[in-house]
Design a protein around this ligand. Structure first.
Ligand SMILES: NC(=O)c1ccc[n+]([C@@H]2O[C@H](COP(=O)([O-])OP(=O)(O)OC[C@H]3O[C@@H](n4cnc5c(N)ncnc54)[C@H](OP(=O)(O)O)[C@@H]3O)[C@@H](O)[C@H]2O)c1
Length: 235
């Protein structure tokens, strides 16, 4: 069993990392302002209160207040950083440069200081349509800073990610991306814009965060083609 901390663990991708890690028997801590995500309130729906969520420690804190969450890095084997935004809210100080760049650098510095051996950064292949270019320049800046730190860093660069939960698209687009993503021959030709299932992105994020030897850059073909650890082979 390993111990993993997920920043943005309540989000679309981060939540899937938490689910996977908890179901594989790891100790999991999520750091996000909202704490435990709202899974819905219908008792008849098994997804409303999933059993795995009770095995995650949901820390309610902003990544920009490290004194509120750094103690949870103690004895961590890896960190997945899955915080990012596609729209600015300047009145709240929430801007692309800060959330997509500075947040990752800060989390990396805290992980280095705590002696965590490896860090997986959920970056991106490109700027989503309608989003300022700062989305990507901030992520690339963070990638450059992170690889200078004294810990192993995996940089994941997915394109659009689809799946259950709260994807960044409408239900229709989500279904279209699933259709495209699952047709291997078509999907492979899409290269960097190939839509990827959230389960695959989350699994690569988790496994690279727990294995310092898997540092490096993972573009869309590398994420989609990554061999994953069979669940029964997990330590
Ligand atoms: N979804 C995609 O299609 C896609 C594609 C390529 C790359 N990515 C990248 O993947 C990463 C995760 O994306 P996502 O789709 O999972 O986004 P998301 O659903 O919007 O999740 C973002 C997470 O970040 C947390 N967060 C935001 N501000 C924070 C703060 N100050 N301190 C702590 N936590 C904070 C949010 O929780 P709170 O608001 O509660 O704090 C949430 O848990 C992003 O960097 C994104 O750019 C996503």
């Amino acid at each position: 069993m390993s111990r993993i901390l997920v920043t943005g663990g309540s989000g679309f991708i981060g939540r899937e990392v938490c689910r996977l890690a908890a179901e594989r028997g790891h100790e999991v801590v999520s750091v996000a302002r909202s704490g435990r995500p709202d899974f819905g309130n219908s008792w008849s729906d098994s997804k409303a209160n999933p059993e795995w969520a009770d095995r995650v420690e949901w820390v309610s804190a902003s990544v920009f207040e490290p004194r509120r969450w750094r103690e949870h890095l103690e004895n961590c084997d890896g960190v997945v950083h899955s915080i990012g935004i596609i729209e600015d809210s300047p009145k709240e100080g929430v801007v692309l440069e800060r959330l997509n760049g500075d947040a990752a650098i800060l989390a990396g510095l805290e992980a280095e200081r705590a002696g965590v051996p490896s860090f997986s950064f959920v970056s991106a292949s490109r700027t989503p349509p309608g989003t300022r270019e700062a989305y990507l320049t901030a992520k690339r800046r963070a990638e450059r800073e992170l690889i200078e730190l004294d810990l192993s860093v995996a940089r994941l660069r997915p394109g659009p990610v689809y799946g259950e939960g709260n994807p960044h698209f409408s239900g229709l687009t989500n279904r279209l991306f699933r259709e495209l993503g699952e047709r291997e021959r078509v999907a492979r030709r899409l290269g960097e814009i190939r839509p990827l299932p959230v389960e695959q992105v989350a699994a690569v994020a988790l496994e690279t965060a727990l294995d310092p030897e898997r540092e490096g850059m993972y573009d869309v073909p590398a994420i989609s083609g990554a061999r994953l650890i069979p669940v029964e082979a997990e330590p």
